[in-house]
Design a protein around this ligand. Structure first.
Ligand code: IFM
Length: 458
């Protein structure tokens, strides 16, 4: 064979790159509560996560987002870091309580100024800003009134969306209403693992409806106000595998798919909730709600980490975990991303899709100024291959955002789980690029034709 100068690995990558196409958008993602810190500064109101984190036993080691990665103060350095990765885009979220401390009424000028600086800082560096309005940090004041269990919270959310849309819409490449509403509804109100920590199945169903309603109301309000950006929503999704071919396992798999994927997709893209004998709780719906939720959107964000394994037997049949698991204990199953994308593309009339999150928590060790996170590189490589395969199968996927730019506050796991391409030493706030960050940068460089094979700075 003629020597091309490329290794087999690089040739495989070249095929993948070509399937992704020249316009493919590369990015990294974060969220406000997980990185900003400065929780009591410059007029920010309290969020449900501030309160939840203070409750004993809710977050590992009693951690909270009080300081997090101190991004509120280090945002310039962080934007330089992002730029240095060679990505096109940065996905971040607005903290509602920083913008509107009580969730309604008075705005906080200093909070708005922060996002002004941040967005302009992205634009100055040639980074596309992709915003999210809600990544789980509900103003505590609204929670005390009833939170997402109340319909009025959806109306307050639409007002807040309009504020952000009017002020920043023209500078944002895209604006998602919610990040992973399933987590807010189920982890926050059914299992109690997340703030506000309730365990009430009927409330969880109602919360999911109000989240969806607030999504539709917000998009409508922003469009009516003439806000010009790409509107969408970000859903966490998984492929679902039945543990065996038994009728019980297949029925369980169907219920899981209905409550995880279709519960949000059907209302948004078909205007109805899915019916399944395994789903016991449906929300109270008012006339016109489903039409609002069914408002057309410009893009769909999909977050994928692992598959759902459905076993109805006791004890359950465990998933095979052929490729191992992440430090979260989540099975590494890249084929699931391909399967999921093919399925949703077959079942719905989708707008352009972005993979808005995908990533791996590893036990990262900083040694001699380096983190050798080969497992994360493999995870990334395999999942990007699935994205490329899905594109070849006809799914209109426009971009990929790695979760996360840097290690950060991983909710109930506190700072114990590290998802970042960039290592954060929380005692000094020093950022160190992991091996995966170098790999990502070089792979993106090759995609853009700016071939750089060596490991600069590594
Ligand atoms: O850290 C979270 C993020 O906030 C939402 N999606 C999943 C990530 C990893 O658990």
């Amino acid at each position: 064979m003629k020597k091309t100068g490329l290794s087999v690995e690089e040739m495989n990558e070249a095929q993948m790159q070509s399937a992704l196409g020249p316009e493919f958008v590369w990015g990294v993602a974060t969220s406000a509560y997980q990185i900003e810190g400065a929780a009591s500064e410059d007029g920010r109101g309290e969020s449900i996560w501030d309160v939840f984190s203070r409750q004993s036993g809710k977050v590992l080691n009693g951690d909270s987002g009080q300081t997090a990665c101190n991004h509120y103060h280090l945002w310039k350095e962080d934007l330089d870091l992002i730029k240095g990765l060679g990505v096109d885009a940065y996905r971040f979220s607005f903290a509602w309580p920083r913008v509107q401390p009580q969730g309604r009424g008075a705005l906080n000028p200093k909070g708005l100024d922060f996002y002004e600086r941040l967005i302009d800082g992205m634009l100055e560096r040639g980074l596309q800003p992709h915003g999210t309005l809600y990544h789980w940090d509900l103003p505590q004041h609204l929670q005390e009134e009833g939170g997402w269990g109340l319909r009025t919270t959806a109306e307050h959310f639409a007002n807040y969306a309009e504020v952000i849309g009017r002020k920043f819409g023209d500078r944002l490449t895209s604006l998602a209403t919610h990040n992973e509403p399933w987590c807010t509804a189920v982890l926050g109100n059914l299992t109690g693992k997340f703030a506000p920590g309730y365990r009430d199945p009927q409330l969880a169903a109602q919360v999911s409806h109000h989240l969806l309603l607030s999504h539709g109301l917000a998009v409508k309000a922003m469009r009516a106000a003439g806000v010009r950006t790409q509107f969408g929503i970000v859903l966490n999704q998984s492929s679902v595998s039945a543990a065996t071919d038994s009728a019980h396992d297949r029925a369980k798999a169907q219920t899981e798919y209905c409550s995880f994927v279709r519960w949000f997709m059907d209302p948004i893209f078909r205007g109805v909730y899915p019916q399944d004998p395994g789903i016991a709780h449906y929300p109270d719906i008012r006339a016109g709600d489903m039409e609002v939720i069914h408002t057309p959107i410009d893009f769909l964000g999909i977050n994928y980490y692992t598959r759902i394994w459905a076993s109805a037997s006791q004890p359950e049949v465990p998933p095979p975990k052929v490729l191992g698991e992440s430090d979260m204990g989540w099975e590494i199953y890249p084929d699931g991303l391909f399967e999921l994308l093919k399925d949703v593309n077959r079942d719905y009339k989708l707008p352009p899709v972005f993979i808005t999150e995908n990533g791996m928590a590893c036990v990262d060790v900083l040694r001699d100024g380096k983190v050798e996170d080969q497992a994360r590189i493999e995870y990334l490589r395999m999942h990007l291959q699935s994205v490329a395969n899905a594109r070849q199968a006809g799914v209109d996927i426009r971009g990929y955002f790695y979760w996360s730019l840097m290690d950060n506050f991983e909710w109930e796991s506190g700072y114990a789980k590290r998802f970042g391409l960039v290592h954060v030493d929380y005692s000094t706030q020093k950022r160190t690029l992991k091996r995966s960050a170098h790999w990502y940068r070089e792979m993106i460089g090759r995609h853009k034709g700016e071939v750089s094979m060596g490991h600069k700075n590594a």
